[in-house]
Design a protein around this ligand. Sequence first.
Ligand code: NI
Length: 403
Amino acid sequence: MVFTPLNPLPVDTSRIRAAIRTLQPQLVEWRRQLHQKPELGFQEVLTSEFVAQKLQEWGIEHQTGIAKTGIMATIRSDRPGPVFAIRADMDALPIQEQNEVPYKSQHDGIMHACGHDGHITVALGTAYYLSQHRDDFIGTVKIIFQPAEEGLGGAEPMVKAGVLKNPDVDAMIGLHLWNNLPLGTVGVRAGALMAAVECFECIILGKGGHGAIPQQTIDSVVVGAQVVNALQTIVSRNVNPIDSAVVTIGEFHAGTAHNVIADTAKLGGTVRYFNPTYKGYFGPRLEQIIRGICQAHGARYELNYWELYPPVINDGAIANLVRSIAEDVIESPLGVVPDCQTMGGEDMSFFLQEVPGCYFFLGSANAEKDLAYPHHHPRFDFDETALSMGVEIFVRCVEKFCR
Ligand code: NI
């Protein structure tokens, strides 16, 4: 029996590589233009105009104004087949850039300090390449430019607006340029890649008074301190030790003077975990502990708890596809970092809850060029060589999945 692939066209990966490498100077130019005009979540007006104008120029069908500033490009081959989606986030951060580079941010107090300017660029490069090579794949590719990843969760309203429907997306990928990994590496794994993100604010309501007369008061600092300690037992005593989780209290505000007992203390924190079965667990458990401690001291409390992003869970088969292509594309002895995981969160999870897919990290740090500052740092920048690598991985995934 003769095996007949759905797409009988031979795929010449060296041709794809050569064509994409010629785009590199163009990619750098787009990235630097975007870098100079960073915008915060749901305010990506200039950014989405830039994207729409390019898509228009290349004759790519697209829809603007999704979830305020989101855009979806649709690139159809002339043959029916699967629907593959690629996602890029577009927002910047409220940070004053400290890099002295010609393409420094021109928007005071706003900076692309997470590399999303690079994500837009990689997605644009992919859109351009695919629009020029519609014979390389069958079916349809949707490229989703999403607003507001940084805390505001722009992915969720994009999903609600129907970007994964009509035609229905079969599989999806996305990447994050990653300065925790050197250029020439890719971090990818099946299963949980990034954690669920939840957060809370708690106000302990005690009774203030003189620092020398504690018997007349309910000391909110003492109550708060016990709460901070006791909350650590959720991870150490309640969560299955096989699973990973974090409870961090990042804020503790109380008091005005050394000899005054504070009547209120405000705590704020974040909760992270990989295993989605813990959804709905941490909030009530946290409240149980706070309630018990407050009761023991006669204090009251107010608690607000938010479940922000679910964990980013990669589909095994698509993660394998990305891994095998990445091994081929990056041509580096450093290679693929197989079990890369972080307790950081990402709203890519809202897409991956709906369709199977894979999110991965593309190493972008280069210490020799002083391009190794961490994400969200005022001197963050990345090695732009990663841009064409990103395009090549995306294009090769399309070519492999849509055939
Ligand atoms: Ni980011």
